[in-house]
Design a protein around this ligand. Structure first.
Ligand SMILES: Cc1cc2nc3c(=O)[nH]c(=O)nc-3n(C[C@H](O)[C@H](O)[C@H](O)COP(=O)(O)O)c2cc1C
Length: 219
């Protein structure tokens, strides 16, 4: 099949697009409002975009509880800080609860029965139960064109200035993903959990068989 997203002519009962970029890591984002209220929500339009410095992007789009932008967008704009907690199999129910559309003065951390722990370099609290947390300073928000002119697509970039990793998820000097079991988003209501890991090194040029790339500068 072929369809044009702008025409929405896929003919399927649900938009297939969220199933086509998978699995998407979940940034479980803590922010503070300008008057200090804690906000926590999951975002699967989230990823790393660079290592030096470590940099992430999160994309809260569409309408929030108050009819304007989502609280996460407003809070990052107002305070310049956010915290990305890792979403795991063990915390899956809490992750889902914190996605509920609730008024800005409701603390989703309390709603989900989670424990706030202090960060070192930014003010929003981290989720104490999460094994990995990235403390982030806002770099820039890029507003991309959207089908709904009232709500641009927000791509919020942040520099990771501090990293928490629970000691118990470090095995033989490596972050033990099999122990952490991160969850990630698929399309529809579906998720996946990372529990199968395989290793593969990038091959050396000599190991490649295509003759036309051997001996080419940079090939
Ligand atoms: C696993 C998961 C991933 C989500 N990813 C996104 C996303 O990438 N962008 C988005 O705008 N909303 C996403 N949502 C919905 C938001 O979490 C939801 O709108 C939330 O209420 C926003 O909270 P806030 O207004 O406190 O920022 C996701 C929900 C779930 C459960």
């Amino acid at each position: 099949m072929f369809y044009e997203p702008a025409k929405n002519d896929h003919g399927l009962p649900h938009n297939p697009f969220p199933s086509l970029i998978v699995p998407r890591p979940i940034g479980w984002i803590t922010t503070l409002s300008k008057d200090g209220k804690v906000n926590l929500a999951p975002f699967s339009l989230f990823n790393g975009v660079g290592y030096t410095p470590p940099t992430v992007v999160v994309c809260p789009n569409g309408k929030g509880a108050g009819g304007g932008q989502k609280d996460t967008v407003i809070n990052i704009r107002d305070t310049g800080e956010f915290v990305a907690n890792m979403a795991t199999w063990e915390l899956r129910e809490q992750v889902s609860k914190t996605a509920a559309t609730v008024p800005p003065d409701v603390n989703e951390m309390e709603v989900a029965g989670l424990t706030p722990a202090p960060c070192r370099l930014v003010k929003p609290p981290r989720v104490a139960e999460s094994p990995v947390t990235l403390e982030c300073k806002h770099i820039q928000t890029v507003e991309l064109p959207s089908y709904d002119p009232a709500f641009p697509l927000n791509a919020i970039f942040g520099e990771v200035v501090g990293v928490h990793i629970k000691d118990e998820v470090i095995t033989d000097g490596r972050v033990d993903i099999a122990k952490i079991r991160p969850i990630a988003r698929l399309g529809y209501m579906d998720y996946t959990v990372v529990d199968t890991i395989f290793e593969m090194a990038i091959p050396a040029l000599e190991a490649l068989t295509a003759p036309d790339i051997r001996g080419r500068p940079g090939g």
